[in-house]
Each structure stands twice: as structure tokens, then as C-alpha cells.
Design a protein around this ligand. Structure first.
Ligand code: 5AD
Ligand code: SF4
Length: 435
């Protein structure tokens, strides 16, 4: 989400005459786009700011700014703590960044932290370098108020972009040769544009160019509709991959988290999705050590991981966030217990990812070629439909942006090694299953 927002910011600033440099020593403006979801993300920003401070000692004026959720959450307090910061601008005020920068160049502090009920940056074409994969933010904010989460406070209320503007952005990306698009929102299942829901948006997105793969994130288990599952099943270019954060395996903890579903509901949903979309894979988010979490609760989380058999997971220790409801609960799971539980969760997930990948040996996958592999110039890498990194030998005639069919030869928990069968026309390769 922040990477997508940074592209919006770069677009706004380049329209205002700024040029982009990758070299911090030569920049007159340095903005850190920040995340507040856990304390360690914020600590890294404090460290980074301390580091960048030295750049303000040169002859030319350098404006240093903090944007994003940490700006929204800390506001003037950030300036008390780090008085050399010139600009503090939250996620809904990026249009005014040029003004805040002018204020800062004039020697005052530029502070913009007003949240909006309507801002979607709908008409701004993000500054995209990649040329192959793009994010499109389709809704902003979150109204779920999970008790541990700062996002509803830093990103404000839910609001959706218009379906037509998303579709025309995809059309432009198609003309520019993009091959993969991820529709983004804190809770995409709440998307609503005058009665068009997220499933309608996904169908419309998939229709623009059948050679563009469509991905999406993030879904809330309470709101993921059958209609969306059918949209995924019926469109070959919508990836069979659902990120569905479970957070905990214990109904008692889920209730304390205000997650509004039970594990029974969650597992039924997974089963239904697997019925409707054969071969669908799942990833999840898990929090270890939420207040009052017992060994039994923790065991239930391990159980749900075993039951679902996720392809992958993002796993975190609970981090109390000021202003959230859970902040008023006692953070009573000791640090060493949190760490041990997190390690158990990570180890279990890794062994499951590995087992799932081993079973893929001998099977065929369609991969979008992204470029040279990280480890060897003689190999290419790309991603499968279910978002797995696949590495295969570089062959003449196969280029970045092509779809290739490969046969998996070897696997680890993180990567698949494959042989190339041949280039495929993504369209012709499709097998459409209509439910
Ligand atoms: N502590 C730990 N993890 C958190 N997340 C959100 N808030 C917190 C917190 N206070 C995790 C959730 C969410 C993901 C984006 O970050 O798992 O799904
Ligand atoms: Fe945070 Fe819950 Fe909204 Fe996700 S759904 S952004 S965890 S409040």
C-alpha cells in the first residue's frame, strides 16, 4: 500500500516540477513514507531519520519529511521528538505536498494531517517505473476497527474509487505493456462504487486485457463473497490466490480482536473456496501473543495452520499501538513467550510451505517472466499463478513480460526450480471452468 502511495506522491511532485533521484546525497527533498502497524516499523524510521539528519548540514537547503501513517499518528509529536524534520504529511493530504514543501523551503514546518472521507487520488496516474507489474489502489481506509490495529486511525474511513477510473487505468497499463496488476485496499471486499461491488470490479478488470494477470489484496474473512469466488473461478487471468488473514486460531482471541468471525466460519469459507476454485492457494497473517493468549489459544493457531495448509504467511508478534482498543488491555504475554510462539508458528508454516512445494515437483505452471534470477545471470525468474517464485534456465527468445509454461524439477519452501516447456499465449492456454 505504501509503495503504491509513494508512486502517487512521485507523480504529484513530478507534475510540480520536481525530478526524481535515487541518490540521497543529491536530493533537496527526502520523504520517508512510513508504516505504523507495528512498533518496530516506527523504530526503523527513527533510526533512518537520525541517519539522514547529516544531509541537512550541507550548503543547499534539504527538506526532510515524514509522510504516511506515522505522520498521521504522531503529528506534532514527531516534531517534538525530531525537530529537524520539516514536513509531516498524512496519507490523505498528498495533493498538498507541493505547498507543504514550499512552506518548508521558506523556513517553517509543513504539517498536513487531515483525514478525508472522499480522497481517493482517483485522477492521479501513479509514477511507475517497473513496466510489468503495477498496483492499483481501489479503495482507501478501513472501518473494521480490529482492536489491535492502528490503520482505521491513520488511514481514516473506507472509500472506493470509481469502477470506470480503475478500468481506464488498466486499459492504459495494458497499452504500455504491463502484464500483472494487483488491486489494493485494506479491505477490498468493502469496495462499493454505486452498487458495483468488488466482484464486479474484478470481472471488469479481468475483461480489459486477457493477457494481464489480476491479483488482489487484502480480504476480510467476514466479507469475502461467493460472488467473488465465482469471479475468480470463471476468469483464467484472475490468479487463484487469496490472501485471507486469520490472525488467530482461537475464537476467544478473535472476539477480543473484534475480527467478527469464528474459526468454524473461516474454515467453511476455505472449503467453499476450494470447491469453487480448484487449485486455489491461500496465504494469511497471524499475530502471536495477543493479550491474554494462553498456550491453548496458541495451539489453536497452530491447528488452524495445519488444517488450512497455507502456501505462505506473514507472521508477527503482537505490538501494542496507542489509541487502539487493545492498547487498554494489558500486554500480558511475556516477550520470551511471544518470541517462542512466533518461532513455533514460523517453523510450522515453513515446513508446510516446503511440503506443498515438494508436491509440485513434476507439475506444470504458467509463469510470467520478470527477468534475471537473483542468484544467477543464466537463469530467469518469475511468478506462478499462485504467486510462487519460479527459477528456470534463460533460453533464447524468452523475455521479460512473456508467459512460459514450465515443469517443476526441484523445490524449497521459498522457490521452485523448473525446466521450460515453452512460451505460451496466456489466452490459448486457458481452461475456463464455469461454475
Ligand atoms: N501487532 C502485530 N501485528 C499487527 N498487525 C496489525 N496490527 C498489528 C499489531 N498491533 C498485522 C495483522 C495485519 C497485518 C497487516 O499486520 O496481522 O493483518
Ligand atoms: Fe486493520 Fe482490521 Fe482494517 Fe485490516 S481489517 S486494516 S487489521 S482494522
Amino acid at each position: 500500500m505504501n509503495l503504491a502511495d509513494s508512486e502517487v506522491v512521485l507523480s504529484i511532485l513530478s507534475d510540480d516540477g520536481y525530478e526524481i533521484t535515487k541518490n540521497e546525497n543529491e536530493a533537496n527533498v527526502i520523504l520517508l513514507n512510513t508504516c505504523s502497524v507495528r512498533d518496530n516499523a516506527e523504530q526503523r524510521i527513527h533510526g533512518r531519520l537520525g541517519n539522514l539528519k547529516r544531509l541537512k548540514n550541507g550548503d543547499e537547503k534539504v527538506v526532510l519529511g515524514v509522510i504516511g501513517c506515522m505522520a498521521e499518528r504522531m503529528r506534532d509529536k514527531l516534531l517534538e521528538k525530531e525537530d529537524f524534520v520539516d514536513v509531516v504529511v498524512g496519507p490523505d493530504e498528498y495533493r498538498k505536498l507541493p505547498e507543504y514543501l514550499d512552506t518548508a523551503f521558506a523556513g517553517a514546518k509543513g504539517i498536513g494531517v487531515r483525514l478525508s472521507k472522499t480522497e481517493t487520488y482517483d485522477d492521479i496516474v501513479p509514477y511507475r517505473e517497473d513496466g510489468l507489474s503495477a498496483w492499483i489502489s481501489v479503495m482507501r481506509g478501513c472501518d473494521k476497527f480490529c482492536t489491535y490495529c492502528v490503520v482505521p486511525f491513520t488511514r481514516g474511513r473506507e472509500r472506493s474509487r470509481s469502477l470506470s477510473s480503475v478500468v481506464s487505468e488498466i486499459r492504459e497499463l495494458s497499452q504500455k505493456g504491463f502484464r500483472e496488476i494487483t488491486l489494493l485496499g485494506q479491505n477490498v471486499n468493502s469496495y462499493n462504487d454505486n452498487g458495483n461491488d468488488f466482484a464486479d470490479l474484478m470481472r471488469a478488470a479481468a475483461d480489459v486485457d486477457r493477457n494481464i494477470r489480476i491479483r488482489f489484496t487484502t480480504s476480510h474473512p467476514q466479507d469475502l463473497s461467493d460472488k467473488l469466488l465465482y469471479a475468480i473461478a470463471e476468469n483464467e487471468n484472475i490468479c487463484n490466490y487469496i490472501h485471507l488473514p486469520v490472525q488467530s486460531g482461537s475464537d476467544r482471541i478473535l472476539k477480543l480482536m473484534n475480527r467478527t468471525y469464528t474459526i468454524g466460519h473461516y474454515l467453511n469459507l476455505i472449503e467453499k473456496a476450494r470447491d469453487i476454485i480448484p487449485g486455489v492457494s491461500f496465504s494469511t497473517d497471524i499475530i502471536a501473543g495477543f493479550p491474554t493468549e494462553t498456550e491453548e489459544d496458541h495451539q489453536m493457531t497452530l491447528d488452524v495452520i495445519e488444517k488450512v495448509r497455507y502456501d505462505g504467511a506473514f507472521m508477527f508478534k503482537y505490538s501494542p499501538r496507542e489509541g487502539t482498543k487493545a492498547y487498554r488491555f494489558e500486554d500480558d504475554v511475556p516477550e520470551d513467550v511471544k518470541s517462542r510462539r512466533l518461532t513455533e508458528i514460523i517453523n510450522l508454516q515453513q515446513s508446510i510451505s516446503n511440503e506443498i512445494n515438494q508436491k509440485l515437483i513434476g507439475t506444470e505452471e504458467v509463469v510470467l517472466v520478470e527477468g534475471a534470477s537473483r542468484k544467477s545471470e543464466n537463469d530467469l525468474s518469475g511468478r506462478s499463478d499462485t504467486n510462487k517464485v519460479v527459477v528456470f534456465p534463460k533460453l533464447a527468445g524468452i523475455n521479460r513480460g512473456d508467459y512460459v509454461k514450465v515443469k517443476i524439477r526441484k523445490a524449497s519452501s521459498a522457490t521452485l526450480i523448473a525446466d521450460v516447456i515453452g512460451k505460451v499465449d496466456f489466452l490459448e492456454n486457458k481452461v475456463v471452468e464455469t461454475a
